[in-house]
Design a protein around this ligand. Structure first.
Ligand code: 3HC
Length: 290
């Protein structure tokens, strides 16, 4: 099956950019969000980001116009689901909310449609169990910011229909991404599990007084060649998002090393969620937060 019609559910930073990628890749895309205002904000942000690519000569004005013509922002879930071949869920990391959404999508979408979750912490098997099509439910995990990051983790599982992963990998490639096919589910998947190990060690070093937050980030950038240090990366991704993710991973594995990191729990408890709230591990003024 060659996917031509996509629905993205959730118009936050992840969902809106995933929808844009699909539209830029030539697919017809609906993007839906349940919160009033989210769709207009998403469209405005995307026009700014893609417009800058046009200004830099990376994209022509007509390519941008054509992509936006293929992209429909809709407050009505059923409209986008009715003829979708692939639905990508990118709502908050909340098992109950995602479970309810997958049950609803299962009722609204054609029987052969693929339901993908952008979650890394909740396996497709868990969500597929809420549907009548567990063989068509898959993790397709994009990275923040999706317009920029090349990787997508596409994860197979025992019950997955054989045509699903190839179809999703093909979509990712048409989005200009370099997806990686993985054979087996694990909560967190590969990248976030490795990132968690780095954050755990980074927090242990700062807690022990061996290095400041700034020093850890600088060393990761300049000694290890990471584009961002772990603390600035968590501030960009959102500490609340990281905490929810880690809690979900720990609930599924029960392994001690998967417990949420106390420094993150503490900051979230004080309302410090990262760049979006003006502060996390660092303080941000309006100019630096985005
Ligand atoms: N959204 C979209 N595009 C963005 C962006 C954002 N929030 N921030 C920056 N960009 C774009 C810029 O527009 C620019 O695009 P262009 O090359 O087409 O002009 C490009 O990124 C480079 O931006 P800048 O020159 O302003 O800044 P940097 O060179 O410092 O790059 C960065 C910014 C791409 C965010 C880079 O610092 C980076 O790669 N950081 C690491 C990101 C990372 O590790 N992501 C994975 C996080 S884990 C995850 O996502 C898992 C999930 O489950 C939470």
């Amino acid at each position: 099956m060659k996917v031509e019609r996509v629905l993205v559910v959730g118009a936050g930073a992840m969902g809106s950019q995933i929808a844009m990628l699909a539209a830029l890749g030539g697919m017809r895309v609906h993007v839906h969000d349940a919160y009033p205002g989210a769709l207009a904000a998403a469209e405005q942000a995307l026009r700014g980001r893609v417009g800058r690519r046009v200004e830099k000569g990376q994209l022509s004005q007509s390519e941008m116009d054509d992509a936006f013509a293929r992209l429909t922002f809709t407050p009505d879930l059923a409209t986008g689901a009715a003829d979708a071949q692939l639905i990508i869920e990118a709502i908050k990391e909340d098992l109950d909310a995602k479970s309810a959404l997958f049950a609803e999508l299962d009722a609204l979408a054609p029987a052969e449609a693929i339901l993908a979750t952008n979650s890394s912490s909740i396996t497709a098997s868990l969500l597929g169990a809420r549907t009548r099509r567990p063989g068509r439910v898959v993790n397709a995990h994009f990275f923040n910011p999706p317009l920029v990051m090349d990787c997508v983790e596409v994860v197979a599982h025992e019950r997955l229909d054989p045509d699903v992963a190839p179809a999703v990998l093909d979509v990712c490639r048409r989005m200009g991404k370099a997806p990686v096919a993985l054979p087996r589910e694990v909560p967190g998947i590969v990248a976030n599990r490795i990132l968690s190990a780095i954050v755990r060690e980074a927090a242990a070093l700062t807690d022990g007084g061996f290095a400041t937050v700034e020093a850890v980030d600088e060393i990761c950038r300049n000694a290890l060649g990471h584009p961002m240090g772990p603390f600035e990366l968590l501030d960009m991704a959102g500490l609340d998002v990281n905490l929810q993710m880690q809690q979900l991973i720990f609930e599924q594995t029960g392994v001690d090393q998967d417990r949420p990191i106390p420094a993150v729990v503490d900051l979230v408890g004080h309302g410090r969620l990262g760049r979006k709230s003006g502060g996390g591990f660092y303080d941000y003024d309006e100019e630096t937060s985005r």
